[in-house]
Ligand binder design. Structure first.
Ligand code: ADP
Ligand code: MG
Length: 322
């Protein structure tokens, strides 16, 4: 039975690539790394009830398991090529596996990514995806290069995914606002990895990472890796019309500061490069908003609309802490 499931996955995710010498079906895949490229590799695990709510559609789970990994490659400025999928299932359910594979394949096809192997076991629903991509030597974006005076920018909008999760947990009256709710839940279930933005930032961003745990936490990681601090302005946080339509100002701010699962890119550039980078990312469709700057010291401070500093201990976002 396990073999039939693997066959279904292979059929549904079929993707021709010259560099896949041997894909699913043998003891290991054989892959040709292009000459002169560095290999960027990442792995992320999604556990039902922890990383996605029980009851999430199988196609959304398959999409998201790949998307969160492609987001890591985007943050490095890498081009995706191959993936492995370790799948743990409570029971062998062909329809469920078909849905997972279809959602995975939908996103994989957009990036010509080939699923080249994996593992299938029985247990609580869990997907581990490992991705492999290429980047020219020395050109990868890392968390470590931010310098005092650099601008801090973020792609797209923040807070939608966490707000979508809140919508699922505490259903509101649904009247005319259903379409806004659908936008937020869609951002939770089908994150779009910012791969073209990551490529556009090569050679320009001094540091970059993707926002998976929430802006404050992730920008804090970037600052720690770079040995600097950051000051951001709550009034500048990019928020979607759906988020602002369904939540009040303070809740929307806290989702944007501390909600996870957005998979936007947060990056730093020298002040002279801000306008050019913003123009290019606008052309790519995601845009980028300047939210603050890098300062000497450590940690992330947030200026509120009145010009004072928000205090994380007392502000509304501490309820996001895991
Ligand atoms: P082995 O015992 O040699 O690890 P498996 O039965 O686990 O073999 O896997 C058989 C083949 O199917 C291997 O090529 C493996 O990479 C692939 N495979 C297994 N599970 C998956 C999966 N969930 N997705 C993609 N490929 C898979
Ligand atoms: Mg195996």
């Amino acid at each position: 039975m396990e073999f039939r499931l693997i066959d279904r996955i292979r059929e549904r995710t079929a993707q021709e690539r010259e560099d896949v010498r041997l894909g699913i079906g043998d003891d290991a895949a054989l892959l040709a790394v292009p000459t002169g490229q560095e290999l960027a590799v990442a792995i992320d695990t999604l556990v039902e009830g922890v990383h996605f709510p029980a009851g999430t559609a199988p196609a959304d789970i398959g999409w998201k398991a790949l998307a969160v990994n492609l987001s890591d490659l985007a943050a490095m400025g890498a081009t995706p090529a191959w993936a492995l999928l370790a799948l743990t299932l409570p029971q062998p359910d062909a329809a469920f596996v078909d849905g997972l594979a279809d959602g995975f394949a939908q996103l994989a096809g957009q990036h010509r990514l080939a699923l080249v192997g994996g593992d299938t076991t029985r247990g609580p629903l869990t997907l581990s995806v490992a991705v492999h991509g290429f980047v020219p030597p020395g050109q990868a974006l890392t968390r470590a290069g931010a310098r005092v005076g650099d601008a801090v920018l973020v792609t797209g909008t923040l807070g939608d995914a966490a707000a979508g999760l809140r919508c699922l947990q505490a259903p509101m009256q649904m009247d005319v606002r259903t379409s806004m709710r659908d936008v937020l839940v869609g951002r939770l279930n089908r994150p779009v990895p910012r791969l073209s933005a990551g490529l556009a930032l090569r050679g320009r961003a001094s540091a970059c990472l993707d926002v998976s745990d929430g802006l404050l936490a992730d920008l804090g990681h970037l600052c720690a890796a770079s040995g600097v601090g950051a000051e951001i302005d709550a009034a500048l946080l990019p928020r979607s019309p759906a988020l602002l339509g369904l939540f009040d100002e303070v809740a929307a701010r806290d989702f944007a500061l501390a909600g996870g699962d957005d998979y936007e890119l947060c990056f730093t550039v020298s002040a002279a490069r801000v306008a050019g980078v913003q123009a290019d990312l606008a052309r790519l469709g995601c845009g980028a908003t300047r939210i603050g700057r890098i300062v000497a010291g450590e940690g992330v401070r947030v200026r509120d609309a009145g010009g004072g500093w928000l205090e994380p201990g007392r502000a509304g976002w501490d309820h996001f802490a895991a």
